[in-house]
Design a binder for this molecule. Sequence first.
Ligand SMILES: Nc1nc2c(ncn2[C@@H]2O[C@H](COP(=O)(O)OP(=O)(O)OP(=O)(O)O)[C@@H](O)[C@H]2O)c(=O)[nH]1
Length: 368
Amino acid sequence: MSFLKPYIRRFAALIAINGADADLNRKQVVNITYLLSAMVGIMSALVFFVYGWFTESIVHILGAMVSVIGYLLSIKGYAGCARVLFPLACATYVSICTFRFYGSDSHFAWLLIILAAYSVTGFRVDRGKAQFVVCAFALMMFAFIELFAPKTTPYASLDVRLLIALSTFVASACMIVLIAGVVVTKLRKLNEHLRYLAEVDDLTKVHNRRKVLAEAANVFADSMLSNQACCFAILDLDHFKSINDRFGHETGDLVLQKTAAVMKNTIRKSDWIGRYGGEEFVIIMSNTRTEEALKLMESVRIQISDLRLAYNGLDKKLRVTTSIGIAGVDAETQRYEQVLARADKALYQAKDQGRNQVVFAGKDMEAV
Ligand SMILES: Nc1nc2c(ncn2[C@@H]2O[C@H](COP(=O)(O)OP(=O)(O)OP(=O)(O)O)[C@@H](O)[C@H]2O)c(=O)[nH]1
């Protein structure tokens, strides 16, 4: 049997809930399973009541009540209790109904399939034993009921058997939809996280070079198609090496985070910002004329130079400045890389002219 273990574990891991929100998701599965069972219990009780089968109706009401108790236990924080109660309650409910009222020909025991699904999604992957026990318990109970319950009972009319088969089908379908929902949510969250990792710079939390360049290409293509202005800016912190050398790499990282936050908070919703290299950032401004871009970048420059950063827990405050080069699309531009190259040239001019300034890449490049 032990050779099967890795395969069982691998299968369970496919749909088991893991990750940061795992406990919350598992709780949701437990809660929804209880609500689903309560719903099945109430619906069946109503139908049997209408048919005049009062004893069955009461048993179904009791089943629904146990489900509500399980749900309340779960939301009041007794998640462990709630998780264990469900398999026991479900198996008891199915056994009583099959042995006493419907007989095994009703196939009501198939409702136990919910338990097998529940065992995989309701428990943590590392609780393989609990999953195994619940799953084995469900199979055993199923076999026991199918083998030993009377095939038909005096209660079991054709109508009732049809009704039971239908409600078992509906409940199982709901469970499958629920599990599919959980798996899809899990995959979506995983995808979002992967996209975040692929697009965001870990240190500064702005986009990384790949993402911002992809957006640069998009914005450039849009601007060419719609004949609208767009501007790219490259920002480079001044004398950043000496900040690292004098105050340490950690302080350097803090400066990068704080200055990136200023840039991010100052640009507009329609702009894109990304970390281009070590202490270099790119800002992509769609549908933006030169004057507007200059104004925006000047505001970024001033806000960064006004920052006073505490470092190493000392009272002393650190000041940092930035040089910025801007370029816009003109009649000769054919590729977005050309705009970036001109912005880079303007940045070097800003550095040459004494730093802490914005330069626009025009025919006669001048600091603002
Ligand atoms: N703390 C920290 N430093 C970094 C990071 N990435 C790059 N650097 C440092 O950034 C410095 C960049 O130095 P330079 O390219 O010489 O530029 P600079 O000192 O800013 O000089 P100018 O650009 O001419 O004003 C290097 O010392 C890199 O080690 C990072 O993620 N964290």
